[in-house]
Design a protein. Structure first.
Length: 290
């Protein structure tokens, strides 16, 4: 006779041996409840802290909005950034640069009890450990939530707040780098126009009357362009030196008052795994006994 597994066989085996399956499952659930009880301190405590931030609308601090009233009409007058700003913040928060800085600042190699003598790459090990206890994602309100889990509730809150601060700093640095590159371009254009004016002035001394009229037109155009570049340069220098924040912190992270709900997950997981193993075992025995 062919021995095979199917839903009918599983149901028959479970019905035949439901009492031992139920008893053992209940015992495992009770055992998990006892083992995971905070009072016994068998498992290390887990505390979660989180911070909620929203990206700032960086266009509000850009040159057209600040200095050109006609151009500012086209600027989106929204206090918060768009979905691209949100995605950028999430990417930065989850980056290795942020995690590495957190490991260094909070000495997480020692906090996670990683022995540099036994672990070949302790920094990588600490980053990997932090990554498993660190979450950053976009919520349904176009905000970014940063969650940190740790056995120390004070450190969990401090890690979340510091992650937000580092993310803001990196994002602001990217913005300022772009503005500084624009400063270099404008400076170059202004220098070229200044040299052009000096060259035209030198040519005027030996030019004929007809040539002078042409040179004067060129001088007027070059002077107009130089004035434009100089004004833009002054404006970019002002906004490049601004110490702006690229985020709005809606909720800072605070130390949790109670442990996270990981206990319930462990209990449910243990129960489901036990039921699965018992049903599988009962089915095997049922099929083999036929």
């Amino acid at each position: 006779m062919d021995k095979q597994f199917n839903l009918v066989t599983v149901l028959e085996a479970t019905q035949k041996r439901w009492k031992p399956i139920a008893v053992i499952s209940i015992l495992v659930l009770i055992g998990t409840f006892i083992v995971t009880h905070p009072a016994l301190k068998i498992l290390p405590p887990k505390y979660e802290s989180h911070s909620v931030i929203f990206p700032a609308n960086l266009a509000l601090s850009d040159r057209p909005y600040l200095f050109e009233a006609s151009s500012a009409i086209d600027v989106q007058l929204d206090l918060f950034g768009d979905k691209h700003d949100v995605d950028r913040l999430v990417s930065i928060a989850l980056s290795g640069q942020v995690l590495a800085e957190l490991v260094e600042k909070f000495n997480l190699i020692e906090h996670y009890k990683i022995n540099p003598q036994k672990v070949k790459y302790p920094l990588t090990a600490a980053i990997s450990k932090l990554k498993s206890n660190f979450k950053a994602y976009k919520n349904q309100f176009r905000g970014v939530e940063v969650w940190v889990t740790d056995k120390d509730k004070e450190i969990a809150a401090a890690l979340a707040n510091e992650a937000v601060a580092i993310t803001d700093r990196i994002n602001r640095s990217m913005l300022m780098d772009g503005r500084k590159r624009m400063l270099v371009v404008l400076q170059k254009h202004a220098e070229n126009k200044q040299q052009e004016l000096e060259t035209l002035a030198a040519q005027m001394t030996s030019a004929s009357e007809n040539q002078k009229r042409t040179l004067e037109m060129k001088q007027s155009l070059a002077l107009e362009q130089l004035t434009k570049y100089t004004n833009m340069l002054d404006q970019f220098q002002l906004i490049a030196n601004e110490d702006i924040s690229t985020i709005h912190v809606m909720e800072r992270a605070y130390p949790a008052e109670k442990e996270s709900s990981g206990r319930l997950v462990l209990m449910v997981g243990a129960l489901l795994f036990t039921v699965f193993v018992l049903v599988l075992g009962a089915t095997v025995i049922h099929v083999m006994s036929k």
